[in-house]
Structures are given as structure tokens and as C-alpha cells.
Design a protein around this ligand. Sequence first.
Ligand code: CIZ
Length: 324
Amino acid sequence: MFGHKFNDEAYRRDLVDKIQKLKKAKNAVIIAHNYQREEVQKIADYHGDSLALAQTAVRTDASIIVFCGVHFMAESAAILNPNKKVLLPVLEAGCPLADMVTVDKLREAKAKHKGAVTVCYVNTSADVKAESDICCTSSNAVRVVRSLREKEVIFIPDKNLGRYVQSQVPDKKIILWEGFCQTHLRLSEHDVKAAMARYPGAEFIAHPECDPEVLAHAAAILSTAGMFKHVKKSSKNEFIIGTELGILYRLQVENPEKKFYSPTPHLLCAHMKLTTLGWVLHALENEIHVIKVDPDIAERAKKTLERMLEVCQETKEQVLGDGT
Ligand code: CIZ
């Protein structure tokens, strides 16, 4: 209001208060990806990677799920929860990597490599999932590919993750896709070397979406869920984190005695950062934007997701993240 001095903290507290009241009144739950803004992670009921969050959405008895993440994640939650209302606070929060593969391009590749199985990274749209054989996340990609009978694998869309999987599963022939994560690509080998020189006692851990020259310096190559587990059980006290900056907030909360550094301030996903407290409140108030998937596509995409879950159950390894 004119004439009033804007008080940022009072504004934030007011938003949080309104969100908490509305959440209760509407039987809603707020779930936030590891890459979300700190202010959003603070008000979330659950945190995790895309898969853990989609599964949290299955377990919850809330009728509204406010998904603080990007479009493909809310889509996966909607596919696994056709009877719940899944809201994405900012509709423009997308994933350029997911946009690097379309159904038409995938069909062309399948026609060229007849007999190959298609493994889609979770960072894909519902229609691409529907056209694929099995899904994977960065935490289970190696396990999923290892489980396949087929020798040839079309791996979409992240080239670096595909390359990493190939290094771990040499008996398969991985057909790589020319896709990449703009955020992880911003991390250079130079940044990593400089960070290692700045923090000589710290261990560098990196996400498999990073470039191979970056990964060559990593003590461990891990998904975000893998990073949480690794850091907790490690005897090391300092870590350089090669993934999106948002993860540092909760790594620090969960490991207050340890220190975390980002190798560059540029490891920011602009799409993840679109969601703010104001947009979360707006979504809850107006019950927007409801993520709906065409029933035929949803049914086929669900099979692709469920096949991944079966593989993880068969090997008795946990794919669930936490439900803090
Ligand atoms: O699966 C996810 O949420 C993504 C995109 C990355 C990760 O490692 O958690």
C-alpha cells in the first residue's frame, strides 16, 4: 500500500499463515522437490526426488496435492493418483530436458533400432512415457537397465545419464539421445577444480546429469536421494555438491554438523525457482493449476512407471525417499 514501508518478513509470515490455514481447511498436502526454493521447502509436508514425491502422493489421504516442482513431476503424480487433485502452482515451470524428446522423434528412433527397448528418464512428458517401455530415475537407472533382457537400449533424453549407465552396464548397447540438463551443464571442470582447491578437505559428489569431465572428479555419482544417504553415512565433514543449489538447504538441515558448498553460484534451475510462497497460496486459494493427463496416455504411461517400480521391488531396493 502507498505510504507504508514494505515489511518482507511480515509479508512472508502472513503468506505462511494463510497457506497453513487453507491447507487444513481443504485437506491438502504440500510436497516439494529437493531443488525448490528454501521458503517453499520450509512449508512443505514432504520432500524428496520426483519418484519419492509421486509415491508420497499415492500414500497420502489428502484430497489435494500441491506439487512444488516442475510439470513432468506433477504429471507423474497425477498419473499414479487419478482420483486426487494434483496442483502445479506455476504452469510455466517446465523442464527443457523433458522437451528435448517428442513422441514423433522417439518413434523415428524406434523404427531405426527395431528390437531395442526404450528406457525413459522420469524427466519426460506423459506422452513420451506412454511410448516408452520402462521408466527410470537417476537413482535407479543402472538397476533398471541391468534388469532388461534386451541388449539394445534407447535411453532418453539425458545423454550424460545414458553415458553413465553405459559405463556401469557394459554388456548393453546404449543408444544415446542428444538431450541435456541446462543447469547441470553449467557446471564446468574448471569450477570443480577451483572449488576443490578452495575447500581441500571437502569431498566432491556429483549428479549423473553433469558432463563426463566433471564426473571424472567425483568421489561418488549420485541422484539427489543418493546424495542424502551418502552424506549421512559418510565420515567426511565437508562436501562440494554438484547439483542444483536448492538441495543445499535440506542437506544442511539434516546434517547440521557438516558443511556443504556449491562449486558455482550458477547451478540454479530457473524453472524450479518459479514456485514461490505467493504462488503456492494462489494455487491453494483457487485450486489451480490442476494437472490432467489424457486417460489413454495416462494408462500407458502408468504401465511404464509401474514396470520401473516392479524392478525396484524385485531387487528389494528402496526407491522411496523420505517422508519428513
Ligand atoms: O528424479 C528427480 O527428482 C531428479 C530430476 C533428479 C534427482 O536426482 O533427484
